[in-house]
Design a protein around this ligand. Sequence first.
Ligand code: SAM
Length: 277
Amino acid sequence: MKRLVAFIDDSLKGRFDALELETIKRALCTELLGVSALSYYTKDELPPSAERDLRLKAALDRLKKGEPLQYVIGSTPFCGLTFRVDSRVLIPRPETAELVEWVANDSGMNGTLLDIGTGSGCIAVSLAHRLAGWRVQGWDISDGALEVARLNNVQNGTNVEFSKVDILNVPEQEYRFDVIVSNPPYVMDSEKAQMEKTVLDYEPHSALFVSDYDPLLFYRAIAVFGKRALNKDGRIYFEINPLKADSMAALLSTEGYHDIELRKDIYGKQRMIKAIL
Ligand SMILES: C[S@@+](CC[C@H](N)C(=O)[O-])C[C@H]1O[C@@H](n2cnc3c(N)ncnc32)[C@H](O)[C@@H]1O
């Protein structure tokens, strides 16, 4: 164990701060290499394994190039569950877990819920896990994301129905939901310059970015769709770009929603909005 940890330390020297390095070491040893947490902390010596050394070296090479730890490990914790992630899906963020918490706390015993732009399925699967009596659906335009979401559904023992739907072109048919939730692409192209290189180089741009010319494109489409798909007193929840909080409240009001409520995330940024139809 000491040898492995020293090898990781040596390979990643100077690239991460002490806290990040500790997280990486623990994740590589326990999640990638399958060492028990006890052995990791007690620094038990492991029998030599060429296969393990090769796997570790490949992971370290990817980290050195700047790939996010979650993609290298292939999974991430979210809302108390574990989600598979790869380059086809956005890595679930802590802010999004706060949105899940808000929706779950507002929801009773049963109902119907749709997650638009589901990605890894983190919102839909976490809510299905929390809200056992609910029928939960998840939509995305990306075949790759839907594949990952379906794996996460099975892995977490939930029963979400995933479908390929373009929210900008929803098929004409009858929809009935009590709740719609979405974390659509919301980072403006002009914000790219301030983003971390690991995000820009590795996470799917189709999940992140919108044009500066119409930053609320997805929100408007979802709010308009909500008017035909939500039951009376149906609720809509979004994760939002803090720079657009006021415009989002105005948009929902213009589209006929009421009881509009903005909430800040743990970092103190206006990150979520809820409204009632
Ligand atoms: C910001 S990611 C959110 C992923 C996940 N819900 C989360 O919170 O981590 C946005 C998702 O919207 C999907 N998306 C982009 N354009 C779409 C469209 N026109 N219709 C449906 N989904 C779309 C992307 O493929 C991506 O998975």
